[in-house]
Design a binder for this molecule. Sequence first.
Ligand SMILES: Cc1ncc(COP(=O)(O)O)c(C=O)c1O
Length: 378
Amino acid sequence: MSKQVIRNFSAGPAILPPVVFERASEAIRELRKDGHAREADGTGLSILEISHRSADYEAINSGATRLCHEVLGIPETHQVLFLQGGASLQFVTVPMNLRQEGKPACYVDTGNWSEKAIIESRQLGETRVIASSEASKHDHIPELPSPEAYAGASYVHITSNNTVRGTEYAELPALAGDVPLVIDCSSHIGSRPMALSRVGLGYAGAQKNLGPSGVTLVFVRKDLLERAPAGVVPKYLRYATHAKKPSLYNTPNTFGVLVLKLMLEWLRDQGGVAAMGVINQRKAKLLYDVLEDSSLYTPHARPGSRSLMNVTWTLGGVAEGERDAMTKRLVAAAADAGLRNLKGHRTVGGLRASIYNAFPEQGVRELCEFLREFERTA
Ligand SMILES: Cc1ncc(COP(=O)(O)O)c(C=O)c1O
């Protein structure tokens, strides 16, 4: 009997391309020289046992940094850092580093992750929510208010893709004046071209489009590195500390950074973010079209705010009393058919298909077919 193909719609940690799984496994057995360069000789050692101060790791660290500029389009004006503590630690370190005396930190509330960032910021000082989609269950990206609302702010923070609710900024906002834009781009970095020159600081947990959990990509405009008041913010939590010895102040997640490098090489080989953006548009459209054409399914996000990475929907076409049971039935039937992890986030329910860069178009087609058939027989 042939083995069932499993399609993993997990929101993260998420699917990686087969070639990255292969090369990462190979590096665990034996790392190649020059930061695991394709044709290089073996080092005789595993990636898991080499020093982060070795020349071989240095090649991985600097190679991954270079690819962040070249493939993701992070401007040369920005320092790239590979940190730990997840995107969640950035909820704390962003205000610690960027907040300025007497200048509020401004946030756009687009759901779970921005709410967590807002809670941390409030612990540290004046925090203003300048736009919110809460009143409509975060089903869209709210308009930014006029510049007076954030003039003189320390920064404006947005969650540029909302993994839980399935909304995404179609374009990053261009802020007026010299207020830095901060983006939590954890769940869509690398998915399409983005105007990153508009960003003062960006951060992303790697475990969606960039590799395994345990590495956080941070990119910060160099003039913002020293904003944290010396002697107030602990040394480890200052971006400047990690920039001085780029991502080598303490022992980094060496394996995670290697996988991130392999992911960026794979992305480059696919044609980079421009080509990936076209593929991702196509993949997401397949699914949204099925949801739109249906009288059973209701997409959660409004047109114009829909995420290409996290597609969310409910069974809006059945009575409320039956909805949860039928949703459970759908998730179970899909899992039996090899379509795994379609359950919505535990805090909001419903259904969610995360279709990050590595998720194959064929898998999206299979889900579309399954959903049509489920509706036909429901
Ligand atoms: C947009 C966004 N921000 C933050 C987080 C939290 O990331 P971490 O678990 O790496 O702290 C997630 C996790 O899924 C996320 O999707």
